[in-house]
Design a protein around this ligand. Structure first.
Ligand code: ZN
Ligand code: ZN
Length: 382
């Protein structure tokens, strides 16, 4: 566990600030960023970009303009979209000068490689360091500009309840930006995924918003899979569909023509114990006769009735295992029982996992469990 945590911190250290996170990084009230010098910006215009730079960076600005246009050509073709306005690109000569910027509010940490504003759409980044990684940051940020533009992300939209791209999970947005700027074969992401598989910790899509899964790497891996399996031209339609009522899950089903069903196993009990049928009404319990399941109150551990609407924690006992029987194993998953009959004819109870026991807040309102990491954007798992 410790190792994962430190790895996440390290990875954040070399990556970019997510669009949603910029807002969250609130400095001390009334305290401005220290600016050690005044930057006299000039503007260089390319076909789609206004590149802001200071005179001694003219060569770098010219190069940045060329690189930005290359990304623009690629993304406008791939996403079938032209940005509605000219795109501002503000360049700083070094990381420390970039962190003095007053273009974006809030402190930019050492780990922030670049920023794209959701509403004013300005891309700000240091044009410094190895050209390859600068090119990647530039591509990544230009993907964000397209994401905001395609989804009409704006302050007025947000005021009217449509947050556009900001309504989508980080893994969706950042993963896409990483995939489109790094391509399908990123050794860094591959390393993370191999380790995740080796540890049997590869999450399903529903759990990708858990902060333990670094959204850049896991999100990129998912988009690389989608791109490889269904084609990169699915990326744009998925983005457009995901901000609608159906959400990203509905978008995956409709645009990719797949049925998203869930399966679940518990490493210590059985590799596969629950599975959803095509009716998508929750996972049927499939271990009858081999595993005895009880439902308990996660706080008091009092037994609960397995009946529609009950929310509790599952406890497992193996019935047929001889070498290493397990008695009353606390799985840690908080589930809701969906019912005991189904159109498919199975009569075993159906359940959905709401989250992990340790992710719950101490609050429990009408059997509603709220995931701690969801509180910031007030989504309740009910
Ligand atoms: Zn980003
Ligand atoms: Zn069924």
């Amino acid at each position: 566990m410790k190792r994962i945590v430190s790895a996440v911190v390290l990875a954040l250290g070399i990556l970019f600030t997510a669009p949603g996170l910029v807002d969250a990084q609130v400095g001390y009230f009334g305290q401005n960023k220290v600016q050690y010098r005044t930057f006299k910006f000039q503007v260089m215009k390319t076909a789609h970009f206004d590149v802001y730079y200071y005179p001694e960076e003219e060569n770098a600005a010219r190069m940045a303009g060329r690189m930005a246009e290359r990304w623009y050509a690629r993304f406008s073709t791939l996403l079938k979209h032209e940005l509605k306005n000219r795109q501002s690109l503000i360049l700083y000569g070094s990381g420390s000068q970039f962190r003095q910027t007053n273009v974006v509010e809030g402190d930019l940490g050492e780990g922030t490689g670049g920023v794209t504003e959701a509403y004013k759409r300005r891309i700000v980044l240091p044009f410094a360091g190895p050209i390859r990684s600068t090119d990647h940051v530039l591509g990544h940020e230009i993907v964000h500009a397209f994401q905001y533009d395609i989804t009409n992300t704006s302050a007025s939209g947000a005021a009217n309840g449509s947050a556009g791209a900001l309504s989508l999970p980080l893994w969706f947005i950042e993963g896409m930006a990483e995939y489109l700027s790094l391509g399908p074969d990123d050794p860094h992401t591959a390393m993370w995924m191999r380790e995740s598989v080796r540890r049997e910790k590869l999450p399903d899509i529903d759990h990708l918003d858990n902060p333990r899964y670094f959204p850049y790497r896991y999100g990129e891996a998912l988009w690389a899979y989608i791109g490889g399996r269904y084609g990169d031209d699915m990326v744009g339609p998925l983005l457009r569909a995901a901000i609608g009522r159906e959400g990203y899950k509905g978008a995956f089903q409709r645009v990719l023509g797949v049925t998203v069903t869930e399966v679940m196993g518990i490493g210590d009990i059985a590799p596969s114990l629950f599975g959803e049928c095509p009716h998508q009404q929750g996972m049927h319990f499939c271990g009858a006769g081999h595993v005895w399941v009880e439902l308990i109150d996660p706080d008091t551990r009092a037994p609960m009735q397995i009946e529609a609407g009950a929310v509790g924690e599952m406890v497992y006992t193996t019935l047929t295992r001889e070498a290493m029987p397990i008695v009353r194993f606390l799985g840690g998953d908080i589930v809701r029982i969906e019912g005991t009959s189904c159109e498919c004819g199975r009569t075993s109870y159906r359940q959905r996992v709401l989250g992990r026991r340790e992710e719950r807040t101490t609050q429990r309102v009408d059997a509603r469990f709220v995931r701690r990491n969801s509180l910031s954007h007030q989504t309740n798992l009910t």
